[in-house]
Design a protein around this ligand. Structure first.
Ligand code: UDP
Ligand code: MG
Length: 316
């Protein structure tokens, strides 16, 4: 059996192709945590990296056994990687931090203190001066707003990789078995006691973000769809709007023909017909998105698969 609360703080770091960054980030974490004076462990989850991140991490473990490495069989994604880390975490508190250097480790003590002093279950980092593109910030704002509307819970910055959890939050998260899990959205849905804490954000050390426009779109859709059927419901509203619009245009074209003569009505009707078809296809694709997610769930596949654990031998 894994002994819980072996340490005060477990730091979970998801890694995907970060060979150039990870060593420096771990050095910083170790330095900050040694100064903080609480016992800690670091669990780095190699999410199927294709570069030599795993070799770098194995070497790091030999030098610093408090850094353990969990390697997944393939690239499962950032959130499954973080979840994998949670299953190995022995700390009273667990904090997550990105491996690319964007989250400064000096913020860990601040987050932990906010959680401890405020008696929260979860404290989310809030990047007050983001170093990301305007396009990404727009997506983030929209998703933060929607999640707030759905859950009634205000989390400032859903997409921030830096957060701290107490045992209650971790245990509740680990009870979940569904595939589309996005941690802050789950937490908001669970009704835990949460807060946001302003943190600084730096530029990525090297390499580029894994999230391209298309994947960003789907990740954000998934975050919403994972806890809500809001997109399906909004389809009904869109349908009603277009039905009303279609009726109005039809009536307008008819009246135009009766009172003004001529026949531009067919062109107007055609354009609205194609608009309607477009909306129908959109609605159908949202339904299919839910259906495909349901299909994934009934397959009951694991959320992630661990290939190897590089450890001090105290795991179960
Ligand atoms: N990451 C991961 N698996 C993935 C994609 C990303 O473990 O499939 C890790 C990545 O190595 C980093 C963190 O998740 O530590 C955040 O990723 P990234 O910096 O690409 O995202 P962004 O900062 O742009 O949100
Ligand atoms: Mg990043």
């Amino acid at each position: 059996m894994r002994a819980e609360y072996d340490v005060d703080i477990s730091i979970v770091v998801p890694v995907y192709n970060e060979a150039e960054n990870i060593e420096a980030v771990l050095d910083e974490i170790v330095e900050v945590m040694d100064k903080f004076g609480r016992s800690y462990e670091v669990i780095v989850v190699d999410d199927g990296s294709k570069d030599n991140s795993f070799e770098v991490l194995k070497r790091y473990h030999e030098r610093e056994p408090r850094v353990r490495v969990v390697r997944l069989t393939r690239n499962f994604g950032q959130h499954p990687a973080v979840y994998a880390g949670f299953t190995y975490a022995r700390g009273k508190w667990v904090t997550t931090i990105d491996a690319d250097g964007q989250n400064p480790p000096e913020e860990i003590p601040k987050l932990v203190k906010t959680l401890e002093e405020g008696g929260y279950d979860f404290v989310q980092g809030w990047r007050t001066q983001r170093k990301d593109s305007k396009f990404r910030m727009f997506f983030s704002r929209a998703v933060n707003w929607i999640i707030q509307k759905i859950t009634g819970v205000h989390i400032q910055d859903i997409g921030c990789g830096m957060a701290v959890f107490n045992r209650t939050a971790i245990q509740r998260l680990l009870q979940a078995t569904h595939h589309y899990r996005y941690i802050p959205a789950e937490i908001a849905w669970m009704g835990l006691k949460i807060a946001s804490c302003p943190i600084t954000q730096r530029e990525r050390r090297k390499g580029r973000s894994r999230y391209r426009v298309w994947s960003l779109f789907w990740v954000n859709f998934d975050i919403i769809a994972s806890i809500s059927t809001f997109p399906v419901e909004i389809m009904g509203v869109v349908g009603i709007l277009f039905a009303v619009l279609g009726f109005a245009v039809g009536m307008g074209a008819l009246l135009w023909q009766v009172f003004r003569g001529g026949s531009n009505a067919s062109i107007v009707l055609m354009s609205f017909l194609s608009l309607l078809v477009g909306v129908q296809i959109l609605c159908l694709s949202i339904l299919c998105a839910y259906l495909s997610r349901t299909y994934r769930e009934v397959q009951h596949r694991p959320y992630f698969i661990v290939e190897e654990v590089v450890t001090d031998g105290r795991d179960n």
